[in-house]
Design a protein around this ligand. Structure first.
Ligand code: GTR
Length: 349
């Protein structure tokens, strides 16, 4: 239909017949996409510790508590970074939304209060503590010196950050480990999608306007959308070293971005998109969504994958967060959905 590689056929040509075969196919998908596109994942540490550095009430944020925590990934030398939790009043355990984009500061007090009012913890970390988002920073800082022979790029390092935060969240009694959602915007959404695809502890994966190398599509470039040449040219350090070889040969890639989406199945997946964000390829994103949805249908959980488009341009604002909160309330709490998460705005596509 779309010319995208088949998700429900093993590499040896056999058809995936039963839901019980899905974990094996999922593993193939990850092996096709993660090393080549993202340079592989950083090796997991021996363990992860969480040290609470400070806890205090907030006056303005829905009566929540604010906790600062140091996450310590145990390698020969520990690698540490900070995780901030905003916890609603009460004992919990509460679902969590984990966002890695603290470097951008777009989470307003209104957004934070909305997350808490619905009984969720808002957890945030700053992914650039793990790998700088600067081409000139090289590989001498952040996590890279811990694994000198590794080839992972910044997106994989940021996804690793989500995973270590999940480790750290397990140390908090107020956290419901069965209801952890991750989210990120744009390059942060590429990272949250990779994080959710590669860690089955994450119950709900969300990505906002993640586009090229996120929820987008290399084989269908909508008008004005970012291409592989564009992204690798400007941000080579986000990726594995082999990806650039496919510039101009995208049809030969052994994956497209529907692989990453499908690797989240049967867990929950939501992408939030903007029709005016042409750079992020909203129409190509619909195609990878449809392809991944076939897997959810095959597994009998079609309602667990959603996509939501709004008017307007690139950004992660209140409306995008509300769409995620509604989806979470539906998926985690059984509240009837307020919005539609299956509408195709490109009926002719
Ligand atoms: C752009 C980049 C996109 C997207 C965006 C962002 O410059 O080309 O892939 O990641 O930045 O992160 O806002």
């Amino acid at each position: 239909m779309t010319g995208l590689p088949d998700l429900l056929r093993f590499q040896n040509g056999e058809i995936v017949q039963r839901a019980a075969d899905w974990p094996r196919r999922r593993q193939e998908l990850l092996e096709a996409i993660v090393p080549l596109e993202y340079g592989g994942m950083p090796p997991a540490p021996r363990g992860t510790r969480a040290e609470t550095l400070h806890a205090c009430p907030t006056r303005h944020l829905a009566g929540g508590r604010f906790i600062t925590c140091r996450v310590m990934a145990e390698y020969e030398r520990p690698f540490t970074f900070l995780l901030y939790l905003l916890v609603p009043p009460g004992a919990g355990p509460f679902p969590v939304i984990l966002n890695g984009d603290a470097c951008w500061g777009y989470v307003t007090d209104e957004i934070a209060a909305a997350v808490l009012r619905r009984g969720n913890i808002l957890a945030q970390f700053n992914r650039v503590e793990i790998a700088a988002d600067m081409r000139e920073a090289g590989r001498d800082a952040g996590l890279y010196p811990y694994h000198p022979a590794a080839t992972y790029g910044a997106l994989a390092a940021w996804a690793w950050g989500y995973h270590r935060c999940v480790d750290a969240l397990a140390h908090f009694d107020c956290v419901d480990m069965a209801r952890i959602a991750v989210v990120g915007h744009s390059r942060g959404g590429k990272a949250s999608l990779l994080a959710g695809a590669t860690d089955e502890r994450i119950a709900l994966t969300a990505a906002n306007d993640s586009g090229c190398a996120g929820a987008g599509c290399y084989r269908h470039q909508g008008p004005g959308s970012e291409t592989l040449a564009d992204i690798v040219g400007r941000f080579p350090y986000w990726f594995g070293p082999q990806l650039a070889a496919y510039i101009g040969r995208e049809a030969e890639l052994p994956f497209d971005q529907h692989f990453l989406k499908a690797a989240v199945a049967p867990r929950r997946l939501l992408t939030t998109e903007a029709l005016g964000d042409l750079w992020a390829n909203p129409s190509g994103t619909w195609l990878t969504h449809e392809a991944a949805r076939q897997v959810y249908r095959f597994l009998g959980v079609e309602e667990r994958i959603g996509i939501w488009y709004r008017e307007g341009g690139h950004g992660h604002g209140q409306a995008d967060w509300e769409a995620l909160l509604d989806f979470m309330d539906w998926q985690f709490r059984g509240h009837p959905p307020v919005l539609r998460y299956d509408l195709n705005p490109f009926p002719a596509a």
